[in-house]
Design a protein. Structure first.
Lengths: 110, 309
């Protein structure tokens, strides 16, 4: 992984320098064309390097994503528990409304 | 004073009666963080399409035949340039970030403590009415109701605070680590590809433009490209030049940095024991504004090559 990290910036800088030379009016046409061709070949190598880096770095992403997913599941469970606390009180309240009505009926019979 | 009332007062003190109003900025945080996650996903998700576009542009420029295989390897038309699993893992990780933002903000802004307080007050009042037969108990129905509501609200609020603390404790390091990985990818992989890709596209446009002008020099004026059309071509070159400069200046890294700042500001607001201070709320709003600006800039930067003026 460290070798790849050193190659990519150097390759990028070289590729960019070649693209800029390809449009440098101080150079003759043939030289500019040569730089343009070299820039494209260098970029093709850069793509290959980056592709390899992507494959190498994927396990770290996957592991980290698992942790975030676990945290997300915990958040959802927590939010449901919180809603349940309020809902429980409301359920008891509805139960007592029923008892209210029963108490009112019972009083009339006393 | 009845023992029930004393007990409720003690519970009130223990539970901490600081009712936390969800900062209005928290509610906007989730939307902006999620939008930023979508834009961030575009850095990775658009890589394959970007390489295919570059390949086709190159063919159009050189006039070379279309191939599915060249120089011993598949061309971007025949095969994925990047491992699909690698792209997918990054896009899914970024999507999880957005989901984390949504759930964190939802928990932080949850109205459950207030709903519980209201329900508890109503409940206590109803209990009081049922005990109205005893004059001593009946007298305390009103204040008991208020206190019960406050205590219940404080208890549920305390639950919420604990859940937020747990979420930030478990999720915070994972979110920060994920942003670290994303930043490294953008700095060392995606950024260089996008930069050199924009440079190649610009080189192609410039070469095409100069070649057409050379070819047209021998033609009568009426057969040459109009000034308006030439201007459109030059504007496309200018747009690519701007893109090159933005990418060279580290533009890819500003979005995850803004996301990190917004996340830390939310954690400071949501995880505090006291209601957020005006300074904390202002800092969160500033972080959200920065995040929105960087999201817009990133969306413009990762737009397909054909989206040119």
């Amino acid at each position: 992984m460290n070798d790849l990290a050193l190659d990519v910036p150097a390759l990028t800088a070289l590729t960019m320098a070649c693209f800029e030379a390809a449009q440098d009016d101080d150079l003759d046409e043939d030289t500019r064309r040569a730089f343009a061709a070299q820039a494209r070949r260098l970029r093709a190598h850069l793509v290959t390097l980056v592709s390899a880096r992507f494959a190498a770095g994927t396990p770290a992403f996957t592991a980290c994503a698992r942790q975030v997913a676990a945290a997300n599941a915990g958040l959802e469970r927590g939010r449901l528990r919180l809603a349940e606390s309020a809902a429980t009180i409301q359920r008891i309240d509805r139960l007592l409304k029923g008892l209210d009505r029963l108490a009112g009926v019972a009083v009339r019979f006393l | 004073m009845p023992r029930l009332l004393v007990l409720l007062l003690l519970l009130l003190l223990l539970a901490g009666c600081a009712q936390r109003d969800p900062a209005p900025a928290v509610l906007g945080w989730q939307q902006r963080f999620s939008a930023a996650s979508v834009a961030l996903g575009g850095w990775f998700g658009g890589l394959e399409r970007g390489e295919r576009e570059l390949y086709l542009q190159e063919l159009a420029h050189t006039g070379e035949p279309v191939r599915l295989r060249q120089d011993g390897r598949p061309t971007p038309l025949a095969s994925s340039v990047f491992p699909p699993a690698a792209i997918r893992a990054r896009c899914e990780a970024v999507a999880l970030l957005g989901e984390h933002a949504e759930r964190l903000a939802r928990l932080a802004a949850d109205q459950a403590p207030d709903a519980a307080a209201t329900a508890a007050s109503t409940l206590a009042g109803r209990i009081g009415a049922l005990t109205a037969g005893d004059p001593r108990l009946g007298e305390y129905a009103g204040p008991v109701g208020v206190l019960a509501g406050l205590v219940t609200g404080a208890v549920v609020e305390h639950q919420r605070q604990q859940l937020l603390d747990q979420a930030l404790h478990r999720g915070g390091p994972a979110v920060e680590r994920l942003l670290d990985l994303i930043e490294a990818d953008l700095a060392e992989s995606v950024g260089p590809l996008r930069l050199t890709g924009a440079a190649q596209a610009r080189d192609t446009l410039i070469s095409d433009y100069n070649r057409r002008r050379q070819e047209e020099a021998a033609l009568p004026a009426a057969q040459r490209t109009s000034p308006a059309e030439r201007l459109r071509e030059l504007q496309a070159i200018a747009a690519l030049s701007q893109r090159v400069e933005l990418l060279r200046g580290g533009a890819p890294l500003r979005l995850p940095a803004a996301m990190r700042q917004a996340y830390r500001r939310l954690a400071a607001v949501a995880g505090g024991r006291q209601p957020p201070t005006p300074a904390q709320q202002a800092a969160l709003r500033q972080a959200l504004d920065d995040l929105q600006a960087e999201t817009a800039a990133t969306t413009a930067l990762i737009a397909p090559l054909e989206d040119r003026p």
